[in-house]
Ligand binder design. Sequence first.
Ligand code: ATP
Ligand code: MG
Length: 287
Amino acid sequence: MSALESVVTPIRKVGEGFEKFTRRDEVFDFLKPVNHPLIDTRHNIMLYMEGVSVSFDGFKAINDLNLYIKQGELRCIIGPNGAGKTTMMDIITGKTRPDQGKVWLGSKTNLLTMSEAEIANAGVGRKFQQPTVFESLTVWNNLELAMTGTRSVWSTFTAKLTGEQSDEIDGVLSLIGLEQCRNLLAGVLSHGQKQWLEIGMLLMQKPKLLLVDEPVTGMTHQEMDRTAELLKSLAGKHSVVVVEHDMEFVRSIADQVTVLHQGHVLAEGNMDQIQSHPEVKRVYLGE
Ligand SMILES: Nc1ncnc2c1ncn2[C@@H]1O[C@H](COP(=O)(O)OP(=O)(O)OP(=O)(O)O)[C@@H](O)[C@H]1O
Ligand SMILES: [Mg+2]
């Protein structure tokens, strides 16, 4: 190839590539609307999982899972140990990538194309089992730090909050029932109070969808009752998915319950339907 050719050939190649995009007889994927064709926005689906599967070393932890959570719905997910409940949350938050299937937030956000951080920013909040609050900061500062926007650790201690931001923190404090504890260090809170503070920190980020894994483990009965009230009060404004083993607790908050078994939905319905479902009784309730 001559010196001239070696310069012209790549340019011609780029030109050919461009021609491909100017063809009129074909609509390219990137020009198509991003709305998922299967999502029915009329029914206000906030989380859409369809045909989702994931294997770990050949073992199918999630197997053709379909799950649809509506806007403002509070859904409980139950199922035996190893049923895939936590893995399902890992898939929604981008921690684990499925081998197959679709996972969308609303009708415009394909979660499978996004990083964990992008998914969190898009409005998916997750509460892990162990509370992770900053023990050496006050309750108020914990909420302040969790606020969306550009507030850095440094600005938390140097910049003044606007009135609106203070009101927002006050609102969350009252929702989680910690108004009286606002100036206490988070480290001195009870286990239950720390859990509520962490839920409060997630709420500061105004999530559309909140995922809560086993929230009442280690709580007293009184704390469980308070947590039930809190989660119920979040429904409506947020879609909330709660994984929990404690059936008494599930009954106290559940509207719709999904039973997961071997990575697949075994049954779905209200608590009475679930508790009288023969397969559920056999595999989960041990009857
Ligand atoms: N990263 C991983 N690597 C290998 N196996 C995994 C991984 N994550 C989960 N598993 C396996 O997948 C299965 C489902 O686990 P998962 O933790 O989702 O169950 P679970 O329903 O949350 O159970 P539990 O009620 O005990 O919390 C289990 O058999 C588990 O050992
Ligand atoms: Mg789990």
